[in-house]
Design a protein around this ligand. Structure first.
Ligand code: BGC
Length: 729
């Protein structure tokens, strides 16, 4: 890779040769043609009027477009070919939310690396990933694409995936440019409705929503995407404060910013821009270097520059940023380093990686009487449910280049694992997750009755999460709840496996099941990963990266909430059904909670069971009086007291008890995944510095305030193993 200053020189040399129209061309990104390349597109390429394309999936078309740009345009500048490689290319890994449930950023890095290799050989040098929007509302369909509710967890995954996609050299055949998206606040959409307004106080923005982006920038992310939403009244795509002041000036981001799909034009609908010309002006001034899909730049930027409304230096700056990334990607190397071949079927190695990722992402929510792992003595099993044998749906949202034929369903994997002599009784029960046709229920019940145990696969089809797929009800769609109740009539032990793109309100159905596994959308190796867990080849070790609400009315509910003046845990609470008629108001317990569901979520953040038991003891700190700016250690002994070797995610939380701005009741600060043999004890030591204890105060300074703190270490966010310390000057 050429050195940074060489790249700067090359970019400047090229820039000096470029006409204004050619410069603006670099700032234009459009979707590729569906069929043959139309003549007018060829002409635009020859004139150097397109800098990048997305979704050019036909390898021949991809190469031909690059050839025209490189050979027939005046300056021969290649395009960057982009694609949404969100959780894999041909090999699909678990959806990002599921990857976050592994609490294993290195594993996510490996998945991103594998995806980059497949994507680059298919002709793409740029992915619009990772998405790192903090999401505390599971109604939002895009919660599937991110890393959940917590800034520390999301930041670790954001930087890991950037490293995985980009490698150490963007010009390597296994590297692609990453894109930190959607900058910023997209996950805070009102009501969980996609694209909706975000109002985020600046300190919350800086403490919760921005840290993953900062981590991505620190990891060297090549590009950033501006979000669709408005934030505090200003669309993210026209937001000077976000894109110039914070991203470039404060953080020193040196890559380029791309808009989201038509988000420049959509500023007119937001009521922020008069027309397309105004939209071009506002986004370029804000710092959007490349416009995706709408044509405000192509149609108006030249005029705006000629008039002097948009300084030419700003255009030069944007183009320089884009050209630098093209150089770093090696696009100018000779012979041309772009290749585009149809993707091969997933390699054995990638399949194994996908299986490991799925295995570690699946969360065991319930295991009554230790039903799981299933006893080796069972001779017959019923496999039931609309998602038991659907190879397409297990791949999840943003499956652009994966194929159902590569995926292994749970039914196929169970059959493969148990072999011919075992009796497997299969019935879908419902044709698909939303179906309300109960016509197959009787047959499904029969299959359950003639088996010793039931594996029941329910959830959401892939299309029910992802972009623009918000839901107001978060229960199992269609007649799936009724199917579960029906199968329960068999009296057979039930293992409920839920495949979904978001937390679902499953409280009403878990009572019917002895064991519940939350499998998200696991990707290509769904079946084998689930089989490994059900039959005990491995113990479940996934932990929830997002709180599960009891019901939609409880949203938002997340672990790092604030305390009120009347915390519910301090008073006896009378629940709705127990309220005497005409009760005196304050006899019920005046506290922050719901009369009908209390205040606890269905499952807390960080939660997940194992087949073994982990006991935490001896929480210690290097000192209970820590000087400002000094490193310190917190440690705990974890013992596997059960009978199986297994992995556990050890989580460290703190609370700053008194501060000039109130702090959350718990904040995750660190975590580590460990593997322990039966009876093994390990001391897990976290190395921290007081720097992680701070927050943005009322004048937006990042401060660590002296005073008392609580520190917990345990297996989820409700752990009670606590110690106290003070930070002193
Ligand atoms: C999404 C982005 C995506 C882009 C390109 C938009 O609709 O919001 O996340 O990268 O399309 O496909």
């Amino acid at each position: 890779m050429p050195l940074n200053n060489e790249i700067d020189e090359k970019a400047d040399e090229l820039l000096a040769k470029m006409a204004l129209a050619e410069k603006i061309g670099q700032m234009v990104q459009i979707a590729g043609p569906k069929g043959p390349i139309p003549d007018d597109l060829k002409q635009r390429l020859r004139e150097g009027k397109i800098g990048s394309m997305l979704n050019v999936t036909d390898p021949q078309t991809n190469l031909e477009i690059q050839r025209i740009a490189a050979e027939e345009s005046r300056l021969g500048i290649p395009l960057i070919m982009a694609r949404d490689v969100i959780h894999g290319f041909r090999t699909l890994f678990p959806i990002p939310l599921a990857q976050a449930a592994t609490w294993d950023p290195q594993l996510a890095e490996a998945c991103a690396k594998a995806a980059a290799k497949e994507a680059r050989s298919a002709g793409f040098q740029w992915t619009f990933a990772p998405m790192m929007d903090i999401a505390r509302d599971p109604r939002w369909g895009r919660v599937a694409e991110g890393f959940g509710e917590d800034p520390v967890l999301a930041a670790r995954f954001a930087s890991a995936m950037v490293r995985g996609f980009q490698g150490s050299d963007l010009s390597d055949p296994g590297s692609i440019a990453a894109c930190a998206k959607h900058f910023a606040g997209y996950g805070a959409a009102e009501g969980g409705r996609d694209y909706d307004t975000a109002n985020i106080p600046e300190n919350l923005l800086r403490d919760v929503y921005l840290p993953p982006f900062k981590a991505a920038v620190d990891a060297g992310v090549a590009t950033v995407m501006s979000a669709f939403n408005e934030i505090n009244g200003i669309p993210a795509t026209g937001n000077i404060r976000l894109l110039r002041h914070i991203l470039r000036n404060e953080w020193g981001f040196s890559g380029f910013v791309v808009s989201d799909w038509r988000s420049v034009a959509e500023m007119i609908d937001h009521g922020f821009c008069e027309d397309m010309k105004d939209a071009a002006e506002k986004s370029v001034l804000a710092g959007v270097d490349m416009e995706m899909q709408s044509s405000a730049y192509a149609d108006h930027l030249e005029k705006l520059a000629m008039e002097g409304t948009v300084p030419r230096t700003l255009i030069d700056e944007a183009v320089r940023r884009i050209l630098r990334i093209k150089w770093r990607l090696g696009l100018f190397n000779k012979p041309a380093p772009y290749y585009a071949k149809p993707a091969d079927a997933p390699s054995m190695e990638d399949r194994e990686l996908s299986r490991t990722a799925a295995l570690k992402s699946i969360v065991l929510l319930k295991n009554k009487n230790r039903l799981l792992p299933l006893s080796k003595n069972i001779r017959s099993l019923a496999v039931i449910g609309p998602l038991a044998d659907d190879p397409y749906e297990v791949l999840g949202t943003w499956n652009r280049d994966g194929r159902a034929e590569d995926a292994v369903t749970p039914l196929a994997a169970v059959r493969n694992f148990l072999g011919e002599s075992f009796r497997i009784h299969y019935s879908a029960g419902l044709d698909y997750s939303r179906s309300s046709d109960t016509g197959q229920f009787a047959r499904a019940l029969e299959e359950a009755q003639r088996s010793e145990a039931v594996l029941l696969f329910v959830g959401e089809e892939a299309i029910l999460s992802g972009e623009a797929h918000s839901r107001a009800y978060l229960n199992l769609p269609g007649s799936q709840e009724a199917l579960i109740a029906e199968i329960a009539r068999s009296g057979k032990p039930i293992v409920l496996v839920i495949l979904a793109g978001r937390p679902l309100t499953i409280g009403a159905v878990t009572q019917y099941a002895d064991a519940v596994l939350y499998a998200w959308h696991p990707g290509t190796m769904c079946g084998p990963a689930i089989v490994d867990l059900i039959f005990g080849n491995e113990s479940p070790s996934g932990k929830l990266p997002i709180t599960f609400p009891k019901t939609e009315g409880q949203i938002p509910v997340y672990h790092a909430h604030k305390s009120t003046g009347r915390p519910p845990e301090n008073v006896p609470l009378t629940m709705m059904e127990d309220i005497p008629l005409r009760a005196y108001q304050s006899s019920l317990g005046d506290a922050s909670r719901y009369l009908d569901i209390g205040y606890l979520p269905l499952y807390p953040f960080g939660y997940g069971l194992s087949y073994t038991e982990f006991v935490y003891a001896n929480i210690k700190m290097s000192s209970n009086r820590i000087r400002m700016d000094e490193p310190f250690e917190a440690s705990v002994e974890v013992t596997n007291t059960g009978g199986m070797e297994a992995e556990e995610v050890v989580q460290l939380y703190i609370r700053d008890l008194t501060a000039s701005l109130t702090r959350p009741v718990r904040e995750l600060k660190d975590f580590e995944r460990i593997r322990l043999k039966p009876k093994e004890t390990r001391t897990v030591v976290f190395h921290l510095s007081t720097d992680v204890l701070g927050f943005h105060n009322s004048v937006m300074e990042y401060v660590v305030e002296p005073g008392r703190f609580h520190l917990w270490i345990g297996g989820d966010s409700t752990t009670t193993l606590m110690t106290e310390f003070a930070v002193v000057r």
